[in-house]
Write a protein that binds this ligand. Structure first.
Ligand code: AMP
Ligand code: FE
Ligand code: FE
Ligand code: ZN
Length: 286
C-alpha cells in the first residue's frame, strides 16, 4: 500500500462512495496524504476536508478535467489550486453544462439502437454529481440492456464505441491556464489512455505548461512505470500517482492506496506541490 493517492473519485462526480467514505477508506489503508479529483467539480472537497481533518490526513485540493488534443482524449489533474476562485468555479460550471447536453446525445443514440432510456432517469442516478458515462451505464444496467456496467462500456459507451459522444472540445491550454491562474499545478492523467503516440502528446502538453505526469497509476506494470518516469524526467516534469478509484469494481480497479507508488516518490511529489502551489492543503482553503 502507498502512503499517498492523488487520483480519487466520489459521489460528487462518478464515484460510488461519498467523499467522507473515501477519506475513511484511505486512512484505513494507511494512506496519509491524498487528493480528491472529481470530474469538473470541487463540490466534494468540503466534506472530504472535514473528514480528512478528523482522520489526521492531509488533503490537497484536486480536480480532473477532460480535454482533447486532435482525436485523443486527454485528462488533466489539477492540484493545489484555490478552490474558492470565482473564475475557476465558473469554468467548472460551464464544463458541467457541456456534460448535460452530451448525455442527451448519448441517450438519443442508444434509443436509435433499440435501448430507450429516460434522460431524466440518468440525471436522477447522478443526483447532485457531475453527470457522466458511468451514470448512463447504470441506467442501461437498471433497464436490463446490459448485464454489467463494464458491458455497457465495452459494447456502447467506451471510447470509440457507438454511443461514445465527445463534448465540445476543450483545449488543454485553457484548462492549464485556469488552474495556474488559481495557484495550482497540472498533471497529465493516465498517459496510456491517450493512445500510442502519447509521448508526443505529452511533450506538446508540457510545452503548453503542464507540470507533471501521472506516472504511478493503478495497475500499470513496472516496465510501463519506468518508461513514464523516464519520459517525465526527460521532459522536466514532476511525477504523481493515483488509483483513479471510483468504487465500481471493474476488473482493473484498485483499492484506494493499492498502487505502485514508492514512498520516496510520494515525498518528491509532495515537495513539488509545496514548492509550487498556492494552496498545498485544504486547511488553507476553508
Ligand atoms: P465521462 O467523464 O463521462 O467521459 O466518463 C469517464 C468515466 O467513465 C471514467 O472516469 C471511468 O469512470 C469510466 N470509463 C471510461 N471508459 C471506461 C471503460 N472502458 N470501462 C469502464 N469504465 C470506463
Ligand atoms: Fe471517472
Ligand atoms: Fe480520467
Ligand atoms: Zn479519474
Amino acid at each position: 500500500m502507498a502512503i499517498g493517492d492523488f487520483h480519487l473519485h466520489s459521489t460528487a462526480s462518478d464515484g460510488v462512495q461519498s467523499p467522507a467514505w473515501v477519506m475513511e477508506r484511505a486512512a484505513a489503508n494507511g494512506v496519509r496524504i491524498l487528493s480528491l479529483t472529481d470530474h469538473d467539480t470541487t463540490d466534494g472537497l468540503p466534506e472530504a476536508a472535514a473528514a480528512a481533518a478528523r482522520l489526521g490526513l492531509r488533503l490537497i485540493p484536486g480536480v480532473e478535467i477532460s480535454t482533447e488534443v486532435g482525436k485523443a482524449d486527454v485528462h488533466l489533474l489539477g492540484f493545489g489550486f484555490d478552490p474558492a476562485g470565482r473564475r475557476l468555479q465558473e469554468f467548472f460550471r460551464w464544463q458541467r453544462e457541456g456534460r448535460l447536453a452530451r448525455v442527451e446525445k448519448i441517450v438519443s443514440i442508444l434509443r436509435d439502437h433499440g435501448m430507450p432510456l429516460e434522460t431524466k432517469r440518468v440525471f436522477e442516478i447522478a443526483g447532485e454529481a457531475t453527470v457522466g458515462r458511468p451514470h448512463v451505464a447504470r441506467a442501461l444496467l437498471e433497464k436490463g440492456y446490459v448485464a454489467s456496467v463494464q458491458e455497457a462500456f465495452d459494447r456502447w459507451l467506451g471510447n470509440g464505441k457507438p454511443a461514445d459522444v465527445n463534448r465540445e472540445k476543450l483545449d488543454p491550454k485553457d484548462a492549464i491556464a485556469i488552474i495556474h491562474e488559481h495557484g495550482g499545478v497540472v498533471f497529465v492523467a493516465h498517459p496510456v489512455y491517450i493512445g500510442e503516440n502519447y509521448p508526443d502528446v505529452i511533450r506538446h502538453l508540457r510545452d503548453l505548461g503542464a507540470d507533471g505526469l501521472e506516472t504511478y497509476y493503478k495497475h500499470y506494470p513496472a516496465d510501463v512505470i519506468a518508461a513514464h518516469a523516464a519520459l517525465a524526467a526527460d521532459l522536466g516534469m514532476a511525477a504523481s500517482g493515483g488509483s483513479d478509484y471510483h468504487g465500481l469494481g471493474n476488473p482493473d480497479d484498485r483499492d484506494i492506496g493499492d498502487i505502485p507508488f514508492p514512498d520516496d516518490r510520494v515525498d518528491a511529489f509532495v515537495r513539488f506541490i509545496d514548492a509550487n502551489c498556492a494552496c498545498g492543503a485544504m486547511e488553507g482553503a476553508l
